[in-house]
Design a protein around this ligand. Structure first.
Ligand code: AMP
Length: 185
């Protein structure tokens, strides 16, 4: 069983940036489902064509599609050898259940909740100006995070693998806090 780490946080919490830094420091494979979907959109694949409208509206791509993509990716040899840091997955209880099944019934080894308040992430998303960062899509994504993803925190907590890290501060400050948690593994 490869080592499975998960990072959760509202969009705009800096989890993508921090996940890339953590993957580099600890040698695990960084798997960002948002990056995978954006690559599919850019390549104009069937998946990309389906996902684009959903992403632009700030909605979630269907569980079956996401579970399929991630399941396939987790089966690859590099992850078996190095372990994985999942960024952006799971986002729903169905995805969390699928991940547990892949992990042989257990939770991940560690789930990090990168905590940044709603007001702060809204400001950051408006400032980064990505294609899907319209005011409507931002509001929708935050609403879906509270409704679909935040309940996973309790799910990870019950499995004893949740660590919450304060995501306010400079990139270096936040990274140091995250590294301390991963070092404790
Ligand atoms: P992100 O880069 O993580 O902010 O993801 C960008 C967009 O991709 C999200 O707003 C969703 O539309 C879609 N997406 C990424 N990961 C998932 C997932 N695990 N489940 C459903 N949709 C996802």
């Amino acid at each position: 069983m490869p080592q499975i780490l998960v990072i959760l946080g509202r969009q705009g919490s800096g989890k993508g940036t921090q996940a890339a830094l953590l993957a580099e420091r600890y040698g695990v494979v960084h798997v960002s489902t948002g990056d995978m979907l954006r690559a599919a959109v850019a390549a104009g694949t069937e998946l990309g064509l389906q996902a684009k409208a959903v992403m632009d509206a700030g909605n979630l791509v269907g569980d079956d599609i996401m579970i399929g993509i991630v399941g396939e990716r987790l089966a690859a040899a590099d992850i078996g050898a190095r372990g994985v840091l999942l960024d952006g997955f799971p986002r729903t209880t169905a995805q969390a259940a699928a991940l547990a099944e892949i992990a042989g019934g257990a939770g991940p080894d560690l789930a990090i909740n990168l905590d940044v308040p709603i007001a702060e992430v809204t400001e950051r998303m408006l400032a980064r100006g990505r294609d899907d960062d319209t005011a409507g899509a931002i509001a929708r994504r935050l609403e879906l995070y509270e409704a679909e993803t935040a309940p996973l925190l309790a799910w990870f907590e019950d499995r004893g693998c949740l660590s919450t890290v304060d995501g306010l501060g400079t990139e270096e400050e936040v990274f140091a806090r995250l590294a301390e948690v991963v070092d404790g593994l």
